[in-house]
Structure formats: C-alpha cells, structure tokens
Write a protein that binds this ligand. Structure first.
Ligand SMILES: [Zn+2]
Length: 102
C-alpha cells in the first residue's frame, strides 16, 4: 500500500515516521532526508474538514455515541486511521515540493 512518494528518491513515505513531526508545515523524506512541503493543502484540508463534519454527524445522530467520551476517542483514533489510508493521496508525488521557506 502506498502512503505517498518522495519526489526526489521515489521511495515510499512513511507518514508516521519521526521525520513527520512538523507535518504538515514541513517534513523530511524518511529515506533520503530531503526537506519537503505540500504544494497544495487542498487534499489535506478537504480530508480534515470532511472528517470533522462526518464525526460531528455521527456524534450528533448516533444515540450514546458520546457516552464516556467514547465518541471523541473513536473519532480521534479514526482520524489517524483515515489519514493513514488517505496519505497516499495527500502525500502524492505531484503534491509535494522541496521546502522553500525557512
Ligand atoms: Zn526521498
């Protein structure tokens, strides 16, 4: 399964590696250590707000979804699962550029 590809070394990126601790502002390829950034935040923001909207609907409409904060725990852990599944799209080679800022 692909989780994004480095534009320099073409190796697969690992979205939960320590090189991603500054994500999404800047991050490093876990293979060749080149500093990268997203050229477009649109896929990430789309996923982010889409997911929050979906979870708000679930917590609002599913009875007892938020008992003992379970809804919150569920949506937070689900967030990382969905992010991992979609990372191949968000970290697509065409959506990554070399870091230009400082
Ligand atoms: Zn690389």
């Amino acid at each position: 399964m692909k989780h994004g590809q480095c534009p320099k070394c073409e190796q697969n990126l690992e979205p939960f590696s320590s090189e991603f601790f500054m994500f999404p502002f800047s991050f490093f390829c876990n293979q060749c250590k080149v500093k990268l950034q997203l050229s477009s935040w649109a896929p990430l923001l789309l996923f982010f707000f889409g997911y929050i909207g979906l979870m708000a609907l679930v917590i609002f409409y599913v009875p007892n979804a938020n008992v003992f904060g379970l809804g919150l725990i569920f949506s937070l852990s689900g967030f990382f699962v969905v992010y991992y599944l979609l990372s191949g799209y968000i970290l697509n080679k065409g959506n990554l550029t070399y870091f230009k800022g400082s």
